[in-house]
Design a protein. Structure first.
Length: 279
């Protein structure tokens, strides 16, 4: 495990949380939702999850916080939605002097189950947070009020429908969709921004703008993300050595691959594979 991170849960006196889990509400388990809720937090609030077992969605409703994903801190301002795949380090904390209210959904997705947040999912979205907040507020009101089974089913279905919309990018330009399908089919290729842009007949700068808008990543960051997602699949499904896996996901050596994996996933490939044995 990366030495800088430790599993952490700190709330603080000013944190206010509402949550609902699958043990309380079995309807959540139908969609593999383990837990969801709405939090209003302030420093010293902090969470570190080293290898969460499912996808995680966080939507900022008010204020501002920070979330660590894919090797860097991401600013989470009002209206933004952030998506984290399973078994990848994620952390989030309040910003000094700022309150932060966010809605969140955490899934339970064992190894071998295709996760909601996968190789084509965006890192972040600029819209959709208010919708998720309203739906979770509706579910909370029903749970704390009449607790009608049929209405509860509809609220949970709305949650799942919104999350499903979040994880399906590229609803607009079909050229972009085809580009990432081609990259996914040949992750070992030496992809560069210029070759990606040429592949979909866009200028490099236009492609960069579109990717930033749709995915919250640059094109090359998305290539790295796709490579790491496939590397996780290979580590889970096979006993191949790193020297075999590295070139299959576009890295010239196991050392270079391991460095990229640690930066993006938060642990060494070997430690990740050990988690498969414990699962």
């Amino acid at each position: 495990m990366h030495p800088a991170w430790k599993e952490t849960t700190i709330d603080g006196a000013r944190t206010r949380r509402w949550s609902l889990d699958a043990k309380q509400c079995p309807e959540l388990a139908v969609h593999r939702v383990a837990w969801l809720g709405i939090d209003t937090v302030a420093t010293p609030y902090r969470r570190v999850r080293l290898a969460p077992s499912g996808s995680f969605v966080l939507a900022t409703l008010e204020g501002e916080g920070r979330m660590w994903l894919e090797g860097r801190w991401q600013r989470m301002g009002a209206g933004s939605v952030c998506l984290a795949p399973p078994r990848v380090l994620n952390a989030f904390h309040a910003v000094p002097g700022r309150r932060w209210t966010f809605a969140w959904v955490r899934y339970e997705e064992p190894m071998g189950i295709r996760p909601l947040a996968g190789a084509n999912s965006p890192l972040r979205l600029a819209q959709g947070a208010e919708d998720l907040g309203r739906v979770l507020a509706g579910l909370r009101a029903e749970w704390e009020g009449g607790r009608d089974v049929a209405l509860g089913h509809h609220w949970v279905s709305l949650v799942q429908g919104l999350v499903g919309r979040f994880v399906r990018p590229w609803r607009g330009d079909s050229r972009i969709s085809k580009l990432w399908a081609e990259v996914s089919g040949d992750l070992a290729a030496d992809w560069k921004l210029s070759t990606l842009a040429l592949q979909c007949r866009l200028s490099p700068e236009h492609l960069r703008r579109v990717c930033r808008s749709e995915l919250g990543r640059t094109p090359m960051e998305h290539v790295t993300y796709m490579r790491m997602q496939h590397a996780q699949e290979l580590l889970e499904a096979s006993d191949d050595k790193l020297e075999v896996i590295a070139p299959r996901v576009g890295y010239r050596s196991a050392v270079v691959f391991s460095r990229a994996f640690i930066r993006c996933v938060g642990m060494t490939p070997s430690h990740y594979r050990e988690g498969r044995a414990r699962a």
